[in-house]
Each structure stands twice: as C-alpha cells, then as structure tokens.
Design a protein around this ligand. Structure first.
Ligand SMILES: Nc1ncnc2c1ncn2[C@@H]1O[C@H](COP(=O)(O)OP(=O)(O)OP(=O)(O)O)[C@@H](O)[C@H]1O
Length: 653
C-alpha cells in the first residue's frame, strides 16, 4: 500500500484534488472536454519543474562539463526511418470489436492478472491492501466482470506471478498467446479481443506547404544529438569522451494515457548522450562513486526467475562482478541516484531494474531503469542504456557521411601482413560488373590462406578465390607479398551511454514522496519539498490588514527578491494560520510575518514549514538564514540555536 512520508496511507484522491486546486497542473483544453494525456502546468507547477530542470542542469551539464544542445522537435521521416522508429517505435494494442474499446495489450494482461491475484488473496482470507484508485479505474472496476474473488491453484498463482515479473519482455505474438491462454477479455464487458497489433507511437505531420516532406514530432531528443555529433566533436577540440545533453519536449501518441502525469502524450525530457571509446568504457570519475554509492538493484536473472527481490550493493561491486556492464554505465547509474536524492526523492522508494533481453533494443548491450515507487506501483522515471555504436553507424551509412573519431596513436602500430595486389587494369575488364564482388572476396581471404597463395605463385601455380555467385575464379595478374604496415591514426565509431529522464514522471513521484498530512484539529496537507526545489521559497504575511503593514510588506518583498529569493505575499483577510496552511499545500518552506513589533523595530518572525517553529530577527538576518539554507551554507537547526525559538502567538492554529 502506498504511504506518505509519515507512514500513513496515501490518499491519492485528496492529493490529486490538492494539486489541481493549487494549480500545480490541470487537464488541457478542459473547457472543450479535455484530451486525455495532455496537461497544462500552473504557476507552482512551472516553478517546480524549473527547479528540477535547474538542479538537473547543475548536476549533469555543469558538473560534468557536457555540451548542451537544443534541437528541433520536428523531425523528417528519413531520420526516424533510419533510426528504426518508423518501423519499430510501437506498442501492442488490442481491440474489442464489439465496443470499439482499445487496450494496450501488456497493460491489460498486467491489470487482469494482478486483479485475479488480488481476488485469490481475498478468497483465501488474506488481507488485501486497499489501493487508491484513480476515478477512471474505479468506474471501470464497478463494471469489471473479470475481477472476482476466486481461489487460484498454487500452480496458476505461480504462473501469474512469473508472467507479471516478466511483463515488459513479451512481444505481440506472446501477449496474444497470454490473452488466449488466460482467457483475458474486455474487463468491463467480457467481450472477446482481437489479437494484438503494433501501433506506432509517433505523431505524423508534413513539413512545408507542399506536404512532400513527411515528418514526425520527435519521440525523444536523442536523434538531434546524434546528428550534431561531428560538430560537437569539433567544438570539443576533437577530445573524447564527451557528452551532449538536451532538455526539451517529446511526443508519443500513447494508446491509453492514464495515471495522470505518468503517461502523457507530450512531456519534457532531459537526455544525455555520452560518447565513449568502445575499447575503453572506463570513467575517470568512477572512483568518486564506486564505494560511496549503494544502489538497490533488480537484476535480469532475478526477474527471469519470476522474482522481484532487491540486491543492494555499491556500484563498484556491481561493475566488478559484471552485473552492470561497464564503468561509464555504472557511473551514470550512481549519478542518477544522487540527482534523485538531491531533489528530495525518498531513497527507500528507488530501485534500478535491469531490462530483460527482449525488452532491450537489439543493439543495446545493457540497460537499467531507475524506477520510483508511487501509488501506481514502480514507475520507470529514468532509462539508462548502453546503445553501442548503433545510432551513429546507421545515420552514417544512410547519409554516406562518416561519424567517427580519428585518434593519433601515441605509439604507431607496426605489423607485417600478406597483401594480395591485383592489377586493376586486368580486374575491371575481366569481371566487369562483378569486379567489386571479386575485390570484396579477395579482401576476405585470411592471412594463412594468403601465405599459401604466395607459395603457390612462387612455384609457378595458379591461385583462385571463391566469389558469391561466380564460384572459384582464377586470379591472373596478381602478386601476394609480405609487407610491413604502420598505423599512426586509429579510427572508431563511439559507443553511446544514454541516461534519459522523464521530468514529468519525476515531478509527480517527488510530490507523492514528500506529501503528508499534519495531524491537528483539522488535517492539513503539506508538501515538504527541499527548500531549494520548492516552487516559492518565502511567504510574506502581514498580521492583519492594518495600513501600517502595507509599505513594509512591499519593501521586504523587494529586498528578498533583490537577494535572489522568490517570495509571494498573502495579504488576504483570512487568519494567519489559514494562510500558512494554504502555503504548506504549496510546499513553501518559509513564512515571514510582519506585525506591530516590525513597525517598531523592523524585526520579523520566520516560520519553518515542517516543524512550524519560529525565530525572531532583523529582516537582513532572516534573509541571510534563508539564503544560507538555499545555498547549503547553513541549516534551520543552526538558525534556531543562534536566534532561539520565538514563542509568539500560536499563529498556526
Ligand atoms: N508517455 C510518457 N509520459 C511521460 N513520461 C514518459 C512517457 N514515455 C516515456 N517517458 C519518460 O521518458 C523516459 C525515457 O523514455 P523511454 O523511451 O526509455 O521510456 P519507455 O521505456 O518507452 O517508457 P514506458 O515503457 O513506461 O512507456 C522514461 O524513463 C520516462 O520517464
């Protein structure tokens, strides 16, 4: 069962209402009935998103000296055809032909099997956690015929659990088989479903008035980064390794968007493409995290056994043991965890799940998702994949432009080899259109074979080579000789390690992690954002509408703004307690009250959101306290010690 940070059950309905009421986000086009999977962010939502993005930029782009780019979202067909998205960027959907309803096949199988396991638990008298349901799911559940309280045999229960542990690993045909095998139907009507078909998730469009340049809204920011590789390498003075980074919108026409911000059709992504030498995937800063950062892993072999047991170890151990493929990938997994910690994600609700073989793109060598636990279950919020040399290779092949690194070797490589030298003036006329094929066949002759050929020629014999479609062909004008070769430059196509962040999913998971309800005469919701992440840092409240307070409020607000700290004034006529409570819902970490004492001596009270304790000090001192905390240069406890707790009126009641 999902819980808040105090361990109490999380009531998602109440939280959702709070987030909409306080305008963190709201469904788009609501006046027109709304479009599922599209949301607008309001002022606190924009500020929170910006805080997360700023932290990301500092943590990755600045700290790692990455090259940030901002590429276009409109992408021509050819680019996405080459990258494989046109043919493969799809999910499996199945249709109930009677009702016309469409389901995402893997989600449907998951939902039904989970519901049956729950029904089984209930039938056996075991306690079932009361999951908070979103309105949509609740409605559906009322009509669900499939979800019954029925006991399952041990064998069936085990099979369901194993299937669920591997749910991301099935392709369309396998999902179709599961639907038939487990007699899965439209949960609401019991209607039979058609077999799953692939549905491409990209939004298609055409670029320009003549509609002859088809394109798509990008489904990820990565392709733009790959296509600027040569320019970035040059910008980086040809130095490797290096990383590019990009923050921008991506678009996916999700089959059935649900779970609020977790599955939407337009979302902000922050992606890194770290280009690395395939022969040297070490990372110079790995030592900084190897022993000090421990991660909770859910490796592939555990999932293959139908289990979800977590293995906790340092990233150093995980790489040494080969569980994580290489140092660079490991370094980024650790940095992802540190980033999530910095923004306030509950460290007990993070795990790193390794992709199953089918789930991973065929070219990827290893892939891990950072998953966050929410009331919707474990949600992938960051993907981190080693994409090998795939992307650069396919784009280079398609365009004929090389996307490689040329590196001068410190010590030139010298070696001897047998070379077959054919007289081109003979080869061309002799084989005409097949000449290239013959040349390619010669290229492939192994060294031992070449040595034998040299001996045959020396003895006056003839040599032949096997060519596809031509059989053995005799080589007339040819010599085979042993030569010394020297290589001064090494060429390679870099491999790419790609951490890919969905900012919206992180945004929502963070809110669930820091949300709690303060007990008291009235239950009050609080969002305990770390001060640096909070949408607004300070709330300024005048004690009453007394006209002496107004100029002080305006002056203080300007002073705080000049110090670079965001603040809002609440001079509404409700009680101070209510105004503070409203701001606790917005997650504002500090409140300053201007009262009659302020008129006399300029001092103000500063209240901290979570503990509700206050200090009284001069305006400059109070600003210094808040700035210190925001800049990691002091704590609230230190401020309490320095100024002493102010025992003023009970403003919170
Ligand atoms: N529809 C979406 N809505 C919000 N965020 C998304 C969506 N799809 C992907 N993301 C985010 O982008 C990140 C990188 O995308 P990636 O292609 O790895 O996701 P994915 O594996 O397709 O996700 P899923 O399997 O959940 O659809 C994800 O970790 C997630 O945070």
């Amino acid at each position: 069962m999902a819980t808040t940070k105090t361990g109490a059950p999380l009531d998602r309905g109440t939280l959702d209402t709070l987030l909409r009421r306080r305008l963190f986000y709201t469904p788009s086009f609501e006046m027109y009935g709304g479009v599922s999977g599209l949301y607008d962010y309001g002022p606190p939502g924009c500020a929170l998103q910006q805080s997360i993005v700023d932290t990301w930029r500092k943590h990755f782009v600045l700290e790692e000296d990455m090259l940030e780019v901002d590429c276009t979202m409109l992408t021509p067909h050819e680019v996405l055809k080459t990258s494989g998205h046109v043919d493969k960027f799809a999910d499996w959907m199945c249709k109930d032909p009677k009702s016309g309803e469409i389901f995402r096949a893997d989600h449907l199988v998951e939902e039904v099997l989970e519901a049956r396991l729950k029904g089984d638990k209930e039938a056996r008298g075991e306690k079932v956690a009361v999951e908070e349901e979103d309105a949509d799911k609740k409605k559906r559940k009322k009509k669900v015929k499939d979800i019954q309280v029925v006991k399952l045999t041990d064998e069936v229960r085990k099979e369901y659990e194993e299937t669920l542990a591997k749910i991301d690993n099935y392709d369309g045909a396998e999902l179709g088989e599961l639907i038939i095998k487990h007699k899965i139907t439209n949960p609401a009507t019991g209607g039979a479903l058609e077999p799953p078909v692939a549905f491409n998730l990209m939004f298609q469009t055409s670029i320009g008035p003549s509609s002859n340049l088809p394109g798509y809204l990008r489904p990820e920011t990565a392709q733009g980064q790959f296509l600027t590789f040569n320019k970035l390498l040059e910008f980086n003075n040809l130095r490797m390794p290096f990383a590019s980074a990009s923050i921008g919108k991506s678009f996916r026409n999700e089959i059935s968007p649900r779970s609020g911000l977790l599955r939407v059709r337009e979302f902000l992504m922050a992606e890194i493409e770290h280009f690395v030498d395939p022969a040297e995937k070490k990372h110079p800063r790995f030592v900084e995290v190897a022993d000090s950062v421990s991660l909770k892993f859910l490796p592939r072999n555990v999932q293959e056994q139908g289990q979800t047991t977590i293995v906790e170890k340092t990233i150093g151990e995980a790489v040494r043991e080969g569980m994580v493929d290489n140092e660079t990938l490991g370094y980024f997994l650790a940095r992802i965890q540190l980033f999530l910690k910095e923004i306030g994600i509950d460290q007990n609700k993070v795990r790193f799940r390794q992709h199953m073989p089918n789930e991973m793109a065929h070219y990827a060598t290893d892939c891990w998702d950072a998953e966050l636990l929410t009331s919707y279950g474990w949600i992938e919020c960051v993907g981190c994949a080693d994409r090998s040399a795939y992307d650069l290779t396919v784009h280079s092949k398609k365009t004929g432009q090389s996307l490689i690194v040329r590196e001068a070797l410190e010590v030139p490589k010298v070696w001897e080899q047998w070379d077959i030298v054919v007289d081109k003036k003979w080869l061309g006329p002799r084989f005409k259109k097949d000449a290239k094929k013959v040349e390619e066949a010669i290229e492939k002759v192994p060294q031992e074979e070449r040595e034998k050929m040299a001996a045959t020629l020396k003895e006056g014999g003839k040599i032949t080579v096997k060519v596809d479609g031509l059989g053995e062909v005799e080589l007339d004008k040819v010599t085979v000789e042993k030569n010394q070769h020297t290589q001064n430059v090494r060429e390679y196509t870099p491999n790419v390690i790609e951490p890919s962040f969905g900012i919206g999913r992180i945004f929502y998971s963070l809110i669930e992690h820091i949300y709690w309800t303060r007990p008291g005469s009235e239950l009050r919701d609080v969002l305990s954002f770390p001060p640096r992440i909070a949408p607004t840092k300070i709330l300024i409240v005048p004690l009453s509408s007394n006209k002496d307070f107004a100029p002080l409020v305006t002056a203080l607000s300007h002073k705080i703004r000049r110090a670079g700290v965001s603040n809002r004034v609440d001079n509404s006529s409700t009680s101070i307690g209510k105004r503070y409570s409203r701001n606790d819902e917005l997650g504002t970490p500090f409140g300053i009250t201007i009262d009659f004492q302020t008129v006399k001596d300029g001092t103000v009270t500063l209240r901290e959101r979570d503990g509700m304790k206050q200090i009284r000090a001069s305006q400059e001192q109070v600003i210094e306290v808040v700035k210190g905390i925001l800049e990691d240069n002091g704590t609230w406890e230190e401020a309490l010690e320095k100024y002493g707790e102010f025992q003023g009126q009970e403003l919170d009641e």
